[in-house]
Design a protein around this ligand. Sequence first.
Ligand SMILES: NC(=O)c1ccc[n+]([C@@H]2O[C@H](COP(=O)([O-])OP(=O)(O)OC[C@H]3O[C@@H](n4cnc5c(N)ncnc54)[C@H](OP(=O)(O)O)[C@@H]3O)[C@@H](O)[C@H]2O)c1
Length: 266
Amino acid sequence: METLPKIVIVGAGRIAWHLSKRLKGKGLPVSQIFSRTEENARELAETLNTAWTTNPAAILPEAEWVILAVRDDAIQGVASAIAPFVSKALVTHTSGATAGNVLAGCFERFGVFYPLQSFSHEHAPVWSKIPFCVDAALEADLLFLKKIAKIIGNLVYHVNDEQRVFLHVAAVFANNFANHCFSIAEKLLDEHNLPFELLHPLMEETIAKALQESPARMQTGPAARGDADTIHRHLALLYQHPEWQVLYNSMTLDINPNLAIGAIDN
Ligand SMILES: NC(=O)c1ccc[n+]([C@@H]2O[C@H](COP(=O)([O-])OP(=O)(O)OC[C@H]3O[C@@H](n4cnc5c(N)ncnc54)[C@H](OP(=O)(O)O)[C@@H]3O)[C@@H](O)[C@H]2O)c1
């Protein structure tokens, strides 16, 4: 990058911590942290050895890129609060579930810089494996975001607002719902004094195959086979967990809509 952009991060949560440290590590230091809670803003800024403020009017007037790393439902409010003090900068949020357009009324140059991964305070992200989904109102800003994403990560995709909301729904299925299924499996084994490790190789194989091939083609099990007797037995075994029966039933029918399951014997 020829000249270093003046970067301001808004927020001091998980994304703000990880992103600011990565930017700094790649020679793109953050010039200021602006966040609503003094303690959190100061703690992050001190780690980065940079400036901080809780006052929107004190945001660096020379800021060139403002990254809104606040909760989804706070993006619009924070954008309105800082808009009078950020006139020329490119302003992006980091949310997969929020349209970039929510920034349109506040800023001329706006966009999205969404790292598609689950970040937590405890785990160091593997940046080379994180897809950065970027978008911007202006072509030059899109190029800038792509360049930055390439510097701090490796995988860069141009994803527009409409695509991103569906990507986010897909991510909920692939991550949250898949994980919830793992958690049901763990509880079931626990109830019957079996260790969860028993399922680890199967889980690993499932993920490995889904990454190699279309998961739809890799589907096995009673639903895919149309094995109605086994499905009935499974549903009956789940009688103490009617909520899991409902999940099992709808998953089964979604895998194989031709199955006639009939009433469950509780
Ligand atoms: N974490 C992830 O895995 C992940 C992945 C991709 C994208 N994202 C996106 O990144 C953004 C930030 O997520 P996060 O995980 O970093 O959240 P987080 O750890 O919960 O931190 C949220 C930050 O937002 C601030 N905030 C919350 N409500 C606010 C309000 N009403 N006004 C002003 N500031 C407010 C908080 O300030 P305080 O410090 O004062 O509480 C905190 O600094 C979200 O848009 C999220 O969708 C997150």
